[in-house]
Design a protein around this ligand. Sequence first.
Ligand code: ADP
Length: 152
Amino acid sequence: MRKAIFPGSFDPITNGHFDIIKRGISLFDEVIVAIGVNAEKKYMFTLEDRKRFIEDTFKDEPKVRVITYTGLTIDLCKKEKAQFILRGLRNPADFEFEKAIAHTNRRLSKIETVFLLTAANTSYISSSIVRDVLRNGGDASPFVPDSVVCKI
Ligand code: ADP
């Protein structure tokens, strides 16, 4: 069984994440969306909300599971028996950042990182821009799945 962990903050899930997860489903038997918990980071949405947004979005998709975790992603992979980490790439900055992490993870484990290039129509979307739009009273609905729109 080919399992991939898709790690991130998902604060909140966007249509960019949605695209990567959807395409991940066609490559893997299971995609485990893993919401990282970092005590030093401040989030706009609670962990429960962030988890529920993703679960609601994929409620009809049995190949997607949503979990939360602390610690190293490679340790989570071992625990979940996942052979792959799935990540999305939007631009050169993402690539440089992800390259160092992927090399580090390969040095520390046998886990392969699989990168999917973002879809052209979602490449500019980020959770941080969505949060900015929301903080300033704007309409974030073009950028996020319906499960998020319902809550805001
Ligand atoms: P992190 O805090 O780890 O960057 P994010 O929730 O921002 O968590 O992103 C999780 C993953 O989703 C990363 O691999 C990121 O590159 C990818 N991602 C974020 N936005 C998009 C997008 N618009 N298109 C494709 N991938 C994206």
